[in-house]
Design a protein around this ligand. Structure first.
Ligand code: AMP
Ligand code: ZN
Length: 115
């Protein structure tokens, strides 16, 4: 599914607080919440407030935002119970298995086995 209209986009709506989520972090640029269908004991989604479809459409001006998302991952993994490491996953486009067309980083961790 391709969904690029911010008014209807699921993660835009979660970022605006129109749809509830279990938030663990937010600032002016980002919201972070628990994945509704966790694939691991710790499964967070790091989501920019501003709509970007994916890394495929990210631009040079997004470099600082992407760096911020990346550097936030280890901190939030640790704070939320992934104490011995984590996996960072970004699905991009239909061929990459992306289901929600608003850029997001999956932070996965915690005791194994995972789903
Ligand atoms: P992706 O396949 O990379 O686009 O991942 C989308 C992720 O969003 C999946 O892991 C879903 O479980 C998750 N998801 C879908 N709807 C919600 C929601 N309302 N709240 C939190 N996570 C969601
Ligand atoms: Zn969006």
């Amino acid at each position: 599914m391709t969904q690029t209209e911010p008014s209807a986009c699921l993660f835009c709506r979660i970022a605006r607080g129109e749809i509830p989520s279990k938030r663990v972090y937010e600032d002016d640029d980002l919201v972070v919440f628990h994945d509704i269908r966790p694939a691991a004991p710790v499964h967070l989604l790091i989501v920019p407030r501003r709509h970007i479809d994916s890394l495929i459409t990210a631009e040079p001006g997004d470099q600082a935002l992407l760096g911020k998302m990346t550097l936030l991952a280890p901190r939030l993994a640790q704070e939320n119970g992934a104490t011995d490491g984590f996996r960072l996953v970004v699905n991009n486009g239909p061929g990459g298995g992306q289901e929600v067309s608003h850029l997001h980083f999956h932070v996965l961790g915690g005791p194994r086995p995972w789903r």
